[in-house]
Ligand binder design. Structure first.
Ligand code: GTP
Ligand code: SPV
Ligand code: MN
Length: 592
């Protein structure tokens, strides 16, 4: 397949370490993909779904001990501990290599080594990068074939370059005690053992496109972010692009594919999806910030996805999709999850493969759910009805606004604009959100998750903040404007006040109007908040007082928030950029 010496040498090392019985190069061809699907069905790794209703769709169940990213077992292995920083687990690279090689040694015996050369970003684009993953899991191969660009051309583009990311995945015994997801940014290397779950094993995704790429971006002057990218077309046919960072399971896929409310659709507003999870951004020749989506598919949260909440995501899953840990409706061999529709299947298997008793289903008790709360679909981006025509172009789209957000029941208003780039970096650095099922551990606990990158930043987060500040200096007055949104304010009964989903378009319109200097705002201690009359409530069952309520900046809550930010900042010690310290002081002064 290739004569690249760095590739051949690494593969020889891997073969010697892992001792596979067979070696298979993955070329992205239809024939090979078909053979692998058939093989996975034979071994039980995949279940073939109803091919009339869901052509080329399959179901996979992971080991119940292996259903989400494992942040406590994720490591950044840099030679200096300080380079991993206070928010990452760190281990000395030599020690970690030895430990992982001992775990992986001989683990492919009796198995096949699949070699996947892939491109993150359109093949050959100046913004794209290449990786090679070896794995012993057909499920991983089939997912990588959807999520990344796998093609013979990838190796042609690589030529004899050494600029590619090594990825070793071995399922081993799927032993949670020996599960490790490790990154060696100084060596462009990732090693993942004892897992078979998405974010832990599809090494092009979080491991490469965020942890390794964020490190590369720091060294090379660009940015790898946990952001969706969408294009908003106005009735004049102009498209403006927004990139938004929300923590896992906080609404990126939904926002990226939103369908505007009817009254806006009638006027001619449209949303185009460029990406739903990751953005790579560089300063373009005209000095603006340009973004590409390095992925080729969507690894989306299934529960809650339905025709109303996210029609485009649901459509995307109707062919060529792999479902993981959803329920199987035995009546017609299709899939089901909580929130898909109100027809609880009567004859179904839950995500573990056990008969599911709909009569015992209790929304509040996750253990009675048919689908795992972090069950996912892996769907080809090309299936998406609103995929942007820019998606396959390598040049990237110019970003007008960057939006941060998270789940905050009480604190952050529906939307506000930062005062300038520096203040926007402060807003991102102080971001917090209630935890979700996307990572193992407690759910619903507020934690600081700067720029939604807490689990994904491949280097010292204080250096990452400084990198953001530096990017702002380079962008100058061409920098995107920075905003913060919160779709998740709750009332006294704990219900979400804002309708969310398609109606979030009303907020996006205000954001773009602000970018164009067309909308008014009220200055507060935290930034510019909309005048209630500037959020269009046409056709919404919401009164002005309710809207005003979710736009309020409560001084008492924010004073507590400022104290918590101060606490959060202490972790970074002297490395915290002075600009951010000043920003915090400004906030405190503004709240007095
Ligand atoms: P990852 O793939 O883990 O990075 O998640 P994501 O950020 O793409 O989140 P996604 O869009 O899949 O949404 C996660 C959950 O949030 C789903 O259950 C959605 O139904 C819910 N959600 C998304 N948008 C909204 C919204 O505007 N309002 C409310 N209340 N819920 C939302
Ligand atoms: C996330 O958790 O942010 C995801 C899913 O997008 S995973 O690929 O598992 O990281
Ligand atoms: Mn994500």
């Amino acid at each position: 397949m290739t004569e690249n010496k760095t590739v051949l040498k690494w593969l020889d090392e891997m073969k010697e370490l892992l001792q596979p019985d067979n070696v298979v190069w993955i070329d992205g061809s239809k024939e090979q993909t078909e053979e692998l699907r058939a093989e996975a069905v034979r071994t039980g790794e995949l279940f073939k779904l109803n091919q009339e209703l869901l052509p080329d769709c399959y179901l996979h169940r992971t080991n119940p001990n292996d259903v989400a990213r494992v942040e406590d077992r994720t490591f950044i292995c840099t030679s200096k501990k300080e380079d991993a920083g206070p928010t990452n687990n760190w281990c000395d690279p030599n020690q970690m290599y030895e430990k992982l090689y001992n775990i992986a040694r001989g683990s492919y015996q009796g198995r096949t080594m699949y070699i996947i050369p892939y491109s993150m970003g359109p093949i050959g684009s100046p913004l794209a990068k290449i990786g090679i993953e070896v794995t012993d899991s057909v499920y991983v191969v089939l997912n990588m074939l959807i999520m990344t660009r796998v093609d013979k051309k990838v190796l042609e583009v690589l030529g004899d370059s050494n600029d590619w990311v090594r990825g070793l995945h071995s399922r081993c015994q799927v032993d949670p005690e020996n599960r490790y997801i490790c990154h060696f940014p100084e060596d462009n290397t990732i090693i993942s053992v004892n897992s078979g779950y998405g974010g832990n094993v599809l090494l092009g995704k979080k491991c490469f496109a965020l942890r390794i790429a964020s490190y590369q971006g720091w060294k090379e002057g660009w940015m790898a972010e946990h952001m969706l990218i969408l294009g908003l077309e106005n009735p004049q046919g102009e498209v403006k692009y927004i990139a938004a960072a929300f923590p896992s399971a906080c609404g990126k896929t939904n926002l990226a594919m939103l369908i505007p409310p009817e009254y806006l659709r009638k006027k001619g507003y449209k949303v185009w999806t460029v990406g739903d999870d990751i953005a790579w951004m560089r300063i373009g020749p005209d000095g603006r910030l340009y973004a590409i989506n390095p992925e080729n598919g969507f690894f989306g949260v299934a529960p809650g996805t339905n025709e109303k909440s996210n029609f485009n995501a649901l459509e995307s899953t109707k062919k060529g999709t792999i479902f993981t840990n959803v329920a199987l409706d035995l009546n017609n061999n299709t899939v089901w999850w909580e929130g898909l529709n109100k027809n609880l299947p009567e004859n179904a298997l839950d995500w573990k493969g056990n008969p599911w008793d709909a009569s015992k289903f209790d929304k509040a008790d996750k253990s009675t759910c048919a689908a795992h709360p972090n069950s996912r679909f892996t769907a080809p981006a090309e299936n998406c009805p609103c995929i942007s025509e820019e998606f396959n172009k390598g040049a990237g789209v110019p970003i007008s606004a960057i939006v941060f957000g998270g789940r905050r029941a009480k604190c952050a208003p529906l939307v506000y604009q930062s005062k300038n780039w520096e203040n926007g970096v402060f807003v991102g650095s102080a971001m917090a959100s209630e935890t979700t099922a996307a990572a193992a551990g407690a759910v619903g606990v507020v934690r600081r998750d700067p720029m939604a990158m807490l689990p994904f930043c491949g280097y010292n987060m204080a250096d990452y903040f400084e990198h953001w500040l530096q990017m702002g200096k380079k962008l100058g007055d061409k920098a995107p404007k920075i905003f913060n949104v919160n779709w998740f304010r709750t009332d006294d009964e704990g219900n979400f006040v804002w309708p969310g989903f398609g109606d979030n378009m009303r907020v996006l319109n205000w954001i773009l109007d602000r970018c164009d200097g067309k909308a008014d705002a009220t200055e507060t201690a935290i930034g510019y908040v909309p005048k209630p009359e500037d959020i269009d409530l046409t056709d919404l069952d919401m009164d002005m007082d309710t809207l005003k309520d979710i736009l309020t900046v409560d001084k008492e809550i924010w004073t507590k928030e400022a104290a918590e930010i101060e606490e959060h900042y202490k972790k970074f010690g002297d490395k915290l950029p002075q600009e951010l310290r000043n920003q915090l002081e400004n906030l405190k002064a503004g709240l007095k």
